[in-house]
Every structure is written in C-alpha cells, then in structure tokens.
Design a binder for this molecule. Sequence first.
Ligand code: ADP
Ligand code: MG
Length: 555
Amino acid sequence: MLKDLLLQFIVALLPVFAFQLWYNKEQGWKGMPFFMGVYCGTSMILCMLTASNIFGYEADLRLIPYLIGSLYGGWPAFALLTSIYLGLRIPMLDSVWETVSFIVFIVVFATLILWSIRHFQHASTLRKKRMGLLLMSAMMLYYIITISGFISFSGKSWTLEMVLALLISTTGTLAATWLFIFMIESVMEKQLLHEEVKRISANYRNEVEKLQQFIDETSFGVIVIDHEGYITHFNGMAKTVLNLNANYNGEEGLIGSSFPLVFQQGQSDTCVKMLYQALNGKKSSLVPFVNGDKVLLLTTISLRTSEEDQNAGAALLAQDITELRHLQSEVGRMERLSLVGQMAASITHEIRNPMAVIRGFVQLIQERSPKNQAEYFRIVIEELDRANMIISDFLSLAQNRALIMEPSSLHDVINELVPLLHADANLRGQSVEVSLCEHLPLIMMNEREIKQLLLNIARNGMEAMGHKGSLNISTRCTESKVELRIADQGVGIPQEQMKHLFEPFFSTKTQGTGLGLPLCLSIAERHNGRIDVESREGEGTAFIVTFFLQEAFAC
Ligand code: ADP
Ligand code: MG
C-alpha cells in the first residue's frame, strides 16, 4: 500500500517538475492557466489510473493537482480541472451515499476554491502554503467523514490497519500539498531573483557607461586610479593636457599602468605627488600648475568605499585654464587702456580751448602782418585745424556716453550725403555711383554717427583711387540684416595691413590720423553691426557694414 501511495505522491507532483522546466518570466502568469489546466488535468487522470484500493475504497491524490492547479491557474484552469474531476468521478459513483456525498463535496469545495483563487494569487508564499493546507485539510476531513459514513453504512467496522492507512494517506496528501506549493513558489522566487539580478546588473552597467561618458566628454582631464595606484579610468583630455608619457599614450597602455610611470619624467612631479597624497587620504585644494605652454588647475579626490569607508583609490582632475588666463590678462589690459583712453580724452578736450585761442590770435596777427608772411600763417592755421580734427576724431572714438537712437532710414542718410560726395569726387576727377535696394526697413540709428561712418569710409575709398575711378555705394536687405557696401577701385589693401586696419592710429597716409576706421567700427558696433573688408591689391576695396535688424524693424 505504501508503494501505491509513493507512486501517487510522485504522480500528483508531476506538474511541479514540469513547471520547473516551463516557467520563465516571459510566460509568467499569462501562460499559467493553460499550463496548470493541462498538466494538473493530466496528473489527475494519471492519479486515477494508478489509484490504490484501501479496503474497497478507491484512494488517490488527485485532489492535490485539482486544488493547487485551480488556485494557481485561476478560473479557466479551475473550470477545466472541475470538468475533468467530474468526468472522472461521476462514472465511478455506485451508491446513493457516494453520489450524495460527492454532490455536497463538489458544491461546497468548488465554491470555496473559486472564492479563494483571487486571495491566493495575491498572497505571500507563507499565506499560500497556509491557505493550500487549510483547504486540503478541510477536504481531507470531509473525505474521512465520508469514509466513516461509508464504513458504518456498509456495516463494517474500523480496523487498526484502516486507521493507519487513512492516517498515512492524509499525511501524505498534506505533505504533497505543501511540497507542491513550496516548489512552485521557489521556482518563481528564483526566477524573480534572476530577473532582479539582471535588472540590477543592467542598471549598474548603465551607470558605469554614463560615468565613462561623463569622464570622456568633460572638459577636465581625468585620471582615476585604484588603491594600488593602477589606472582604471582616464579620458582623452587627460592625455592632451597632462602630456602623458608617449610609451603609455595608447588606450591599452594606460589602463592598468602604475600611475607614476605614465607622467613625463620631472614634468609632472606635482601630479604624482598630489595623487600619492590623495591615496593616503589627504584632501587637496586647487593647485595651479604650468605644464609647458599650458596653465592647468589641478585637484585630486580621495576615493573611499561607501560601506567600510576604506581607501578605494584616487582621481586627478586637471582643468586647462590657459585660455582663461589669456582672457583675464586681456581684460586687465583693456581696463588699463580704457582708463588711459579716458584720461587722454579729458586732456585732449582741455587742449582744444587753448588751441582755439591760439588760432584766433594767429588770425589776428596775420591780418596785421606783411603779405609775404601769409603763406606761413596759412600753414600754421592749417596745422592747427588738422590737430583740431584729430582731437575731434579721438574724442568721438573715446566717447562712451549713451546715444540717442531713433528708427531712421539708411537711404535718407545716404541721399543727404550724395551731393557732398559728388562734389568731393568731382574735385578728384572721380565719380560716385549709388544703387539702393527697394524697401529698406528702418533701423535704430543715430543719424549723425552713421553719416560720420559713411563719410569716413567713402573718403578713404576716394583717397585710395587717385585721379580716376568710381566709388560705388549700394545697399542690400535680407530678412535679418541690412548691408551697406562702399566699394572703390583704388589701390587695395595689402594682406599684412588688413589686421591693423581698425587699430587706432594705424595709417599709411602722411596726413592720416589712423582714427577713421576705428571710429567707424565703434559706430557700427554701437548700432548692433559689424564691418567686413574685401580687398584685392590693384583692383579695389569694399567695406561692407552690416546692421543686424532688431525684431521690431525687420523686413
Ligand atoms: P586714415 O584714413 O586717417 O589713414 P583710417 O583709419 O581711415 O585712417 O584708415 C587707416 C588705413 O587703412 C589707411 O591709412 C589706409 O592705409 C587703409 N585704408 C582704409 N581704407 C582704405 C581703402 N578704401 N583702400 C585702401 N586702403 C585703405
Ligand atoms: Mg580715413
């Protein structure tokens, strides 16, 4: 009989073994009703086929796959398994007692199982075991009561063997139920754990990749070493700014190398020293460091493990501040220049008044002097006028007071100046051509300044042309800008002079001040514009003044 029971035990647990092979996360609960229905159904049939006869009463463990299959598989599995159960049981009913007891059994327990399914599926492992055992115990109790009824009904009496057999089969059933749930749960837990490990390791890889990306893309040179001093991470910037040893420059060479070896001998002693200190847990502040023609700002970080707070290595960050230093000194220079400029402007302003007095008296003396000295007076007055003009230009350049800007038409300014330019050009034997575009938008401008700009550039053009040639003034408008082009057919500008054009006092003319173009540039910049120069030696030069339109006045 024990042999039969053992066989039943194995047959009832067959779905569990199949489950071990079948279950994986992809199918999960979705395939569960089908799996439980098919495998538990098969197991129930096998249980019936291998049922043992306990003193005339057919005993098998088919209740186990029926109960557990229904609980795990939900109502679809429950419906299938109940049908199988009914199909197997009904043909076997051969007495009224058995039929009645079976009907009561199926009505009570099927309802109970159906009610328990939802609670069971959302319960913890422990609760599942408890619910399974409780339901099974109830069924077994009912089973024992039925057998007792059956025995007394048929006029037999209980023997010790019968009691023992019933005890063993009840214990076996409960044990199998527990084992069934335990094994299914552990497979599922294992799977969950596996998924969790997969998720965590994917997250971890992601984080490491992000960190590596950050290290690669940052503008700092980064070298990370482990607690033994071997390089674990570095970026391209570190190779460039720290000027690492050529032998170790390859990617392969650097990773895993001992850090003192990768720095150039003598050159990067500071870096090595700082990394040693960081490895010993010393915090470092920012250290400026000159490496060849580069100025670096170095800092080290001592890395510790988060749990045991042990030394986990160190990192060296190097920021290339060469550009910043240049900029700083440039700003300093500009500030000094602007101070000198302001001082010069106020001095020149003061010089103007005595000069006006001198000019007045010179004119007075000229009237009273003999006619043969007139030429000297003319030269003195001319030179005084020229000095005055230089002072005016210089003062306009140095001025930084706020300008009154109004929306005005560039064409109006040009048209106002054209007669003056024609007259000037005629005297020199040159001509002026003006071609203006249609629909030029208004731009915010200070008319007086724009006139000054146009006159300066146009005069330069005329001065570059000698006794022939034509000066071409044209305008063009696009969606975002207005262009004023002043082109001459003069001597052109040699390449080496191009970069000095806008420097104050750069002039190639004997009578030039070298202030015209710097003044034009500062005017253009004040008008949200810029000046470009196109020049070919011997052919001519074009100055293109571009005004960028503010939204309100765009075409
Ligand atoms: P200035 O006219 O008093 O010399 P500018 O600042 O107006 O000073 O011009 C600086 C220099 O730029 C000129 O001396 C000249 O050499 C050069 N330059 C300016 N405009 C032209 C031009 N249209 N063609 C050739 N050279 C030019
Ligand atoms: Mg000039």
